[in-house]
Every structure is written in C-alpha cells, then in structure tokens.
Design a protein around this ligand. Structure first.
Ligand SMILES: [Zn+2]
Length: 271
C-alpha cells in the first residue's frame, strides 16, 4: 500500500522542455539525423553527472507512443504520443478506452510489482521488503505465468522464454484485471451503455485490448523477439492474459474446454 501511495504519474510532457536547438536535422539525411539525435541523448545524459538528481526528467520524448515504469523513482510515465487513438481517444466510448489505455496504465502500475519491480521498495531502494511467506507465494504465482509462456510457440521448436517475458506478462495480466475492475466500477450507478455491433460493453473492453495490442510482424522479427525481447509477441500478449481471466470467459460465455479458457489448475493469477 505504501508503494502504491508513493507512485508518481507523469502524463503528456515534462514540466521543463529540453532545448533541441543544437540538434541539426535535415530532411534528406536520415542516418545523420539519427546519429545527431543519439548524440543529443548521450550528451544530455552526461550533463546530469555531478548534479543533484532531477526527478522531473523523462526517459521518453513527448511524441513517443510508449510508456514506462521507473523502479528507482517509483514513477509511471505516459508521453502524449500514447495518449492518442487507438491507445486513448477522447471521443471513444469508455469500454474502448478502458480496454486500451486503461490496460496500459494497469500494466505500468503492475510493473512496480512484477518479478523485477518487486525488488525495489516504496522509495525505489533495491532491498527485500517482503515477508518470506509472501515472497514464496509471489514467486510461485510468477512461475505459473513463466510456464504458460514457455508453451507459446511461433513455429515448431521456437517458443517464448518464460523467465525473459515474465515481467511484461505479469504487467499485462495485472493490467487487464485492474483496468477491467476500474471499468466495472465506472459503470456503477449509471444506465448500462448500449451494445455496439452486437457486442456487450464487457466484450468491447476485451476487443479493444486485442485490437490495440495485436499486430502483424514478420517471422524473422518474431525469432529475434523470442531470444532477446522481454515483451511477448502481440498475439500472446492478448491470448496469454485474457485466457487467465474468468471475466473474459464470462463476457464471451466460453465453454470450460474453450482454447481461450485455461483449465482451473493452470490458471495464473499474480495480483
Ligand atoms: Zn511493460
């Protein structure tokens, strides 16, 4: 609870703008532009050495379509770039926004309590703040998720490394659950929103996550991801967490033997 209470959200853009006036960008020189941008980032980082820590700094630029959790500062950061369709849309219905940016927000919060983030305490100090019993149960629950992803293949013999993708997968599982709870809470005391194209609000929530997260990606790139990327492929970032959620089974009235319903003894729940 203390760690949740000290979470610092950063949204949109930093309070202090960085000065990019010395970065030379030319429309016809992509490679040189790239190097100039890299050089700026390195020099900007070096500029912090020997100075007091500046907690207003961001690790991503405002137009970046991504987000991050920084365990050292216990902060979640959402640049403006991710706060546009299909991640977030001011004109979209709630089910869609909760199912996309809502899950992403829950994902970043859950990073504070994944296999890596959980090693840092509420002040961002790398120290064990867990009771022995809690830690044991947490690791057992994590092992369930790691085992789940070990069984996801992109082609025969090439599968996810469960330990490598564990943090991101705990993030997705916790994020989907948190955002769904938040969505249900948002419906309380209001008239029920209408179905859209025959889909209930609950179904729209899950479809939104799948439509945002799903992607088309070459097999060569997927092979690289299996070896080196802590993120599972988009397909398994949808199938993995949602097949663990009883809420998904309920929303789509899936039979117990459905492929999108993990059997009770294999169903993972970390948070
Ligand atoms: Zn993540």
């Amino acid at each position: 609870m203390a760690k949740i209470a000290t979470f610092n959200p950063k949204i949109g853009y930093p309070d202090k703008w960085k000065d990019y006036s010395k970065v030379a960008i030319r429309r016809e020189a992509f490679f040189e532009d790239y190097l100039a941008a890299r050089r700026f980032v390195v020099e900007d980082d070096h500029g912090t050495i020997g100075k007091p820590v500046d907690r207003s700094r961001w690790d991503m630029t405002p137009p970046t379509s991504n987000a991050y959790y920084n365990p050292l500062w216990n902060e979640i950061v959402f640049p403006a770039g991710i706060l546009q369709p299909p991640g977030f849309d001011n004109h979209a219905i709630d089910a869609v926004n909760y199912g996309s940016i809502g899950v992403a927000i829950g994902h970043e919060i859950s990073h504070g309590f994944d296999d890596q983030g959980a090693k840092f305490d509420y002040l961002g100090r790398l120290r064990n703040w867990w009771t022995d019993n809690d830690l044991k149960q947490f690791q057992e629950r994590g092992a369930c998720v790691a085992d789940q992803f070990e069984h996801y293949f992109i082609e025969p013999g090439v599968h996810h490394n469960g330990k490598l993708v564990l943090g991101e997968s705990i993030g997705d599982l916790g994020g989907a659950k948190l955002a769904y709870m938040a969505f249900e809470k948002s419906l309380e005391g209001k008239p029920r929103p209408p179905d859209v194209d025959g889909f209930t609000p609950e179904q729209q929530f899950f479809i939104a996550w799948a439509q945002w997260r799903g992607d088309a990606i070459r097999i060569e790139e997927q092979r690289v991801m299996m070896l080196a990327d802590p993120h599972p492929t988009g397909k398994f970032r949808v199938i993995g967490p949602l097949s663990n959620l009883p809420e998904f089974q309920q929303a789509f009235s899936c039979k117990a033997e459905s492929r999108m319903v993990r059997p009770a003894d294999k169903r993972c729940e970390v948070w």
